[in-house]
Design a protein around this ligand. Structure first.
Ligand code: AMP
Length: 437
């Protein structure tokens, strides 16, 4: 299927071509037609699937067609709510790229920065407003926003809004919108509260779903290193000697941890910066820009700050700390291997994190390749032995169930894959490009 098969207008097709999109992703192929028909849509898709374009293209196309017949001032016709500033900025960049050959204007507003440039831009007129809920509510209360012409409403990453305690603000904003409008919700998971909210506003929505959160992209090569908490720093610095790790996103569980990792890397002359909630918005944007431009090799982030980071060439994701919630692992590694590209995801696991490792493997229904015998394994040999034993037991259990039923009940479960780590194989295990050759 091609974009032209979805009846996308020429100016948008031209922009998509320049973005290097040759054909629609799965979520786009499923969503664009019903959205162009004006249907409400409830989408279950995570970042990396191309979900932004799946709602941005039809919204732009509908506004484009309506604008042809009216020459009035620019008034807000679409509102897109996103949970974080980074994601909101990312969405706006996408809207801008796809609307390059139209005269549709979009604007992003978010908190943590002066409101003045945002209110100035609002006064000049915008067609599409992308916002985080807090700042949007604030500017609405100050009467900078007119919402009576809104015809399209998108709630992106609805589940994160719930997690981050924004759902009350979201409900308030919805109550200010005209009743007649197209509603679009995207969420990686569908907690009760979100489906209840959806039920209360949707009219006969189309439901689309791709890549459930438990499925990790096949194009991402995953591996795990067992290492003590103390040795993680040395392991990271050692891995980064590999120059093929060009753009590396490192996940830390805490803001303090992110700062500490960054300091350690800088002390070893590795260009790195941290982004998290305690950094000013300007510092976060600058770090992100430098990372995208290739001036910074390593970005160290907490989960919240990393939402919305969209870097085409991100080569590696490193889980310096394993996340408390297994689904977060899937979100994290989904930052690499985007839109069908390949990527590498490496996890560090200390003794204390062994249960987290187990729940990740349970969720993804797959054993992550273990990098054995690396120089920093130290006391972690004990965990390694336990992991091997557990894996053997699982395999025996699977084999037993295969023999009993004549077919393998857990066909998705990969065989244990423990690779020896030595100076020759070391680079290959972490370098996806080499592996693919
Ligand atoms: P998203 O899930 O919206 O965050 O998109 C993930 C990445 O896929 C972004 O870098 C998009 O620019 C890219 N992308 C979206 N649609 C396509 C497409 N049809 N072909 C290639 N890349 C795409």
């Amino acid at each position: 299927m091609l974009f032209k098969d979805l009846d996308i207008i020429q100016p948008i097709q031209k922009a998509l071509k320049e973005e290097g999109y040759s054909k629609p992703t799965q979520i786009q192929a499923k969503s664009i037609t019903p959205l162009l028909e004006g249907r409400d849509l409830l989408g279950c898709a995570q970042t990396g699937t191309g979900k932004t374009a799946s709602f941005a293209i039809p919204i732009l196309q509908q506004i484009y067609n309506e604008k042809k017949n009216s020459k009035g001032p620019k008034i807000i016709k679409a509102v897109i709510l996103a949970p974080t500033r980074e994601l909101a900025i990312q969405i706006e960049e996408n809207f801008k790229a796809y609307s390059k050959y139209t005269n549709i204007k979009s604007l992003v507003i978010f908190g943590g920065v002066s409101q003045h440039p945002q209110t100035k831009a609002l006064k000049e007129g915008v067609d599409i407003l992308i916002a985080t809920p807090g700042r949007m509510l604030d500017l609405y209360n100050q009467k900078f926003l007119k919402l009576n012409n809104v015809k399209y409403f998108v709630l992106d990453e609805a589940d994160s809004m719930l997690d981050m305690g924004m759902i009350h603000d979201v409900k308030k904003i919805i109550s200010f919108l005209p009743k007649e409008r197209q509603n679009i919700f995207f969420s990686a998971t569908m907690p009760k509260e979100i489906s209840k909210l959806a039920d209360s506003i949707f009219r006969n929505p189309v439901k689309v779903e791709v890549a459930p959160v438990s499925s990790t992209t096949e194009t991402i090569k995953q591996s795990i290193y067992f290492v003590s908490k103390k040795e993680k720093k040395s392991l990271l610095i050692d891995l980064l000697k590999d120059k093929s790790m060009e753009s590396v996103l490192v996940f830390s569980r805490t803001k303090h941890g992110a700062n500490k990792i960054t300091d350690d890397l800088m002390a070893s002359s590795i260009k790195a910066a941290a982004i998290h909630g305690n950094k000013s918005q300007n510092a976060r944007q600058l770090a992100l820009k430098n990372f995208k431009d290739g001036k910074l090799r390593v970005l160290v982030a907490t989960d919240i700050a990393a939402r919305g980071i969209d870097i085409d060439e991100l080569s590696h994701v490193i889980n310096y700390d394993l996340p408390e919630v297994a689904e977060t692992y899937v979100h994290r590694i989904g930052r690499t291997g985007r839109a069908g590209r390949s990527g590498v995801a490496i996890a560090f696991c200390s003794m204390e994190e062994r249960d987290l490792h187990k729940s990740i493997e349970k969720l993804i229904n797959k054993e992550i390749e273990v990098i054995d015998n690396h120089p920093f394994i130290g006391n972690s040999n004990d965990i390694l032995e336990t992991v091997k034993k557990d894996n053997r037991r699982n395999r025996n259990r699977n084999n037993a169930s295969t023999n009993k039923d004549g077919k393998n009940k857990s066909c998705n479960r990969n065989r244990t894959n423990v690779r020896k780590w030595n100076s020759d194989s070391k680079r290959k295990t972490t370098n996806n490009k080499t592996d693919n050759k």
